[in-house]
Design a protein around this ligand. Structure first.
Ligand SMILES: C[S@@+](CC[C@H](N)C(=O)[O-])C[C@H]1O[C@@H](n2cnc3c(N)ncnc32)[C@H](O)[C@@H]1O
Length: 238
């Protein structure tokens, strides 16, 4: 009788303890809480890969291969409005100017040209500084906009009229920069808009910014192409 009563008390105690743990997963020690959050983005990426059927067999080897595939299969030599966020010395935007020779295409490159506004990975704030030097080009289809996106993009968009399929290349590394750009450009994002990421799987930056943007703005999309490590990712808005 006594043994049965003790067992019942213990059963209630354990079920309470388990329920309590499930209901407030952050209720443990601080170390447990940070471990919980750390693995969160990895799990989110893993689940995202499952939902979008990401297969290593379908991956491209390099970003050049991926860019060539976008150009061959989608944009061809049709006119595009190409915007690159994070230009540095201009390698990426110039490669795209080479891929698309249509005289009606327009290329816009945005950067501080004085480095990253925040530290990122192993780079300090101000890393990737090119001393204010804007890339030189004799192609009159290109325009560079110097300054923080947070200062330059809104005034730029006040007069901007979209003329062609929009191709957005996000190569600014940071969560803040990436999310700011996507949210600011949302009203220009139509079905067929192409979004190219350069550091997609670098958690918790471009991937988290993309997830937060698509969830907050109810954006649907399909995955078009990616490289093996998922750093380079191409999305097409539905
Ligand atoms: C990895 S580099 C770009 C590389 C370049 N796309 C290429 O293909 O060589 C990242 C650039 O993003 C710029 N950047 C990041 N956040 C920015 C922001 N909020 N405003 C302006 N520039 C930013 C940095 O100044 C840096 O030059």
């Amino acid at each position: 009788m006594l043994r049965r009563a003790i067992k019942a008390v213990l059963r209630n105690f354990y079920s309470f303890a388990i329920r309590g743990e499930e209901e407030s997963p952050g209720a443990g020690r601080w170390r447990d809480v940070t471990a919980h959050f750390h693995s969160g983005w990895q799990l989110e990426l893993k689940e995202w890969m499952r939902v979008h059927n990401i297969q290593d067999d379908n991956a491209f080897k390099t970003k050049h291969d991926m860019d060539n595939a976008i150009s061959q299969d989608i944009t061809g030599n049709d006119p595009i409005d190409f915007m690159e966020f994070g230009v540095h010395k201009g390698a990426g935007i110039k490669r795209w100017m080479g891929l698309n020779g249509n005289p009606e295409s327009r290329f816009f490159g945005f950067d501080t040209f004085s480095g990253l506004p925040e530290a990122w990975a192993e780079l300090p704030q101000g890393g990737l500084d090119v001393g204010g030097n804007i890339p030189v080009s004799d192609d009159d289809r290109v325009e560079f906009v110097a300054g923080l996106f947070q200062d330059t993009l809104a005034p730029f968009l006040e007069t901007f009229k979209l003329r062609n399929r929009l191709v957005i290349r996000l190569d600014a590394d940071l969560y803040s920069s990436t999310l700011f750009v996507l949210a600011s450009l949302d009203r220009f994002v139509d079905p067929g808009t192409i979004i190219i990421f350069d550091q997609f799987s670098y958690l918790p930056h471009e991937f988290s910014a993309f997830v937060d943007y698509t969830r907050s703005f109810y954006r649907d999309y399909e995955v078009f192409a990616y490289t093996h490590n998922l750093l380079k990712m191409t999305i097409i808005i539905k």
